[in-house]
Design a protein around this ligand. Structure first.
Ligand code: NAD
Length: 557
């Protein structure tokens, strides 16, 4: 009989699957491809199933890196990397981790946006689960079809608001798949515990409904009671089938995102990265910037352009931080101001405000434009989360630089083409005094001999670490306090050498250590708040480090 194997690292969390003999070649968690040794080929019965030459993992890595670089465009690189991931996960993750700055933009933003648009035509092999309205009443049964037992981490989307691309329906699957790859690469969550899910409730995208290659339900998006009952059944099924799972809500439309988070965050360990992860990474950037401005959170007046999931999420977390520092809620809210598509958010503006905007409608005369709002309020920080390109004009940046010695200006809208202003513009218009971060990466700018390195306020700095910490402690809830401690931890990891060039985030090459530190802070928070189901280990950091997936080949001897 062939011996059985537990995929490398899975035993750290329990429920390991057993695989035998030549099955290792088709299981991406076990496959080593041409790196199976002579002895392993005999023991596992692989002779003749592989070309004869045995390669080292370093040789395989060089070959795959060359192959990626030879591809002409990013979508071809994405397809190549996806196929590698489906074939050999250790090699895939070694490649991503060793070349993180080159690979992240290929496996996630910005390439993943194009990949979603083309998901129907580049779809080769199932990854993740599609659960459609047709499966109503059977969702628990469907979840049991997932071949890996003991799922711990689910990223789910309903495809309504994919990045800045709008309603992509079932094509949104690229997002949960990509986010979970980042969990493994950046925080070492074992890929065997990750489950990407797309809830297909239809789409209001007429082009997709008419398209031949569309892979989802060709019907209008469900809303109201049908939608709510479907999501409710899904949540109940997750709790029943994967009771230890943490769930991340991803790229839901505005009207559902806040509602679902509020409804389920206490009954199922879950969070929304677009709201809470964004808030945490942006607040971390502000906290790091305060080390440059030598001022405090309480001294800030923040003006946001855009009052959606990102903007109000950041403001809410700013308020949580200010209140933790002793400020009253009303006072904290009064430090955050918004301009949305209708102008400055003030009391009595005349339109009906959704609940997430209401706390920020202050007593103030209405002004219609961002320029007027900057002159009227003289904010210390300007944060762009509107999805509107080039809205931080020269006049606005110059005004910010007039009112502040070091204005904080974050243009967080993605992709690059949607940024409110570029790094070159902001440094040029502010005589190099602005502290700038962006959502998409911008190259460094040299101005009068001084190098300015823009920070990238990428959620990748936050959600993998928060998720890992919540998993390790088996937290029953992911609280705002955890996102606050994640932001404080991230800000504390910005080195003086980063600040010296104006960078308010650590380099991406440090991401695994960043995630470990954040996970440690989050797990500690869960234990202190009495929200941990796991026993508190003597050394939380060592415990988590020991569970992190390292992409090395299993020794089958
Ligand atoms: P959203 O749709 O929830 O909110 C967008 C907001 O912008 C809405 O309040 C809308 O009224 C406002 N808006 C639209 N047009 C406007 C205009 N002309 N002037 C002023 N306001 C306008 O979207 P979201 O999730 O909040 O994301 C917004 C942007 O932030 C996106 O571009 C997204 O890519 C970016 N984002 C960046 C990060 C990051 O950098 N880490 C994270 C999340 C989101």
């Amino acid at each position: 009989m062939n011996p059985s194997y537990i995929p490398n690292g899975l035993s750290a969390w329990g429920d390991p699957p057993l695989i035998t003999g030549p099955q290792v070649l088709t299981n991406p968690l076990l496959n080593k491809g041409t790196a199976f040794s002579e002895h392993e080929r005999d023991v596992l019965g692989l002779r003749g199933l592989l070309p004869p030459r045995v390669f080292t993992i370093e040789e395989q890595l060089q070959r795959t890196l060359n192959s990626v670089r030879r591809k002409q465009d990013n979508i071809e690189k994405y397809i190549y990397l996806t196929n590698l991931q489906n074939r050999n996960e250790v090699l895939f993750y070694r490649l991503v981790i060793d070349h993180i700055e080159e690979m992240v933009p290929l496996i996630y933003t910005p390439t993943v946006g194009q990949a979603c648009l083309e998901y129907g035509s580049i779809y080769r092999r199932p990854r993740g689960m599609f659960i459609s309205l047709r499966e109503r009443g059977r969702i628990a049964e469907i979840l049991r079809h997932w071949p890996q037992p003991g799922v711990r981490l689910i990223v789910v989307t309903d495809g309504e608001r994919i990045l800045g691309l709008g309603d992509l329906g079932a094509l949104g699957m690229g997002i949960p798949v990509g986010k979970l790859s980042l969990y493994t690469a950046c925080a070492g969550v074992h890929p065997g515990y990750c489950l990407p899910i797309t809830l297909d409730v239809g789409t209001d995208n007429a082009t997709l409904q008419d398209g031949e290659a569309y892979i989802g339900l060709k019907e209008k998006r469900a809303r109201g009671a049908v939608y709510d009952e479907f999501v409710d059944e899904f949540v109940r099924a997750v709790k029943e089938v994967f009771p230890k799972a943490l769930l991340q809500w991803e790229d839901f439309g505005n009207s559902n995102a806040f509602r679902l988070l509020g409804k389920y965050r206490k009954s199922l360990p879950s969070f929304n990265d677009d709201i809470q992860g964004t808030a945490s990474v942006a607040l971390a950037g502000v906290l790091a910037a305060l080390r440059l401005t030598q001022s405090t959170l309480a001294q800030q007046k923040i003006l946001f352009l855009g009052a959606g999931e990102a903007g109000t999420g950041i403001a809410d977390l700013y308020c949580a931080a200010a209140m933790a520092g002793g400020m009253s809620e009303a006072d904290a809210r009064s430090h955050c101001w918004f301009v949305d598509s209708k102008g400055l958010l003030v009391k009595g503006r005349g339109d009906k405000l959704p609940s997430h905007k209401e706390p920020y409608a202050h007593d103030h005369p209405f002004v219609a434009t961002l320029t007027e709002a900057v002159h009227a309020l003289k904010p210390t920080a300007l944060i762009g989360v509107s999805g509107q390109a080039q809205t931080f004009t020269q006049e606005i940046v110059t005004a910010m630089a007039k009112y502040n010695a070091r204005p904080i200006i974050f243009a967080l809208s993605n992709p690059t083409s949607k940024a409110e202003c570029t790094a070159e513009q902001v440094y040029g218009w502010s005589e190099g005094r602005a502290i700038y971060a962006s959502g998409s990466p911008f190259p460094a700018v040299t101005l009068n001999g001084q190098v300015h390195v823009p920070g990238q306020g990428n959620n990748i700095y936050i959600f993998p670490g928060v998720g890992l910490g919540a998993l390790a402690s088996e937290a029953t809830e992911v609280t705002d306090a955890m996102f606050l401690s994640a932001a404080q931890t991230l800000a504390s990891l910005v080195e003086p050498s980063d600040l010296a060039v104006g960078r308010v985030y650590p380099p991406l090459t440090k991401i695994r250590d960043v995630s470990l530190q954040i996970a440690t802070a989050v797990a500690d928070s869960a234990h202190r708040l009495g929200l941990a189901r796991a026993a508190r280990p003597a050394d939380i950091e060592a415990d988590i480090r020991g569970r992190m997936f390292e992409p090395t080949y299993h020794d089958y001897l």
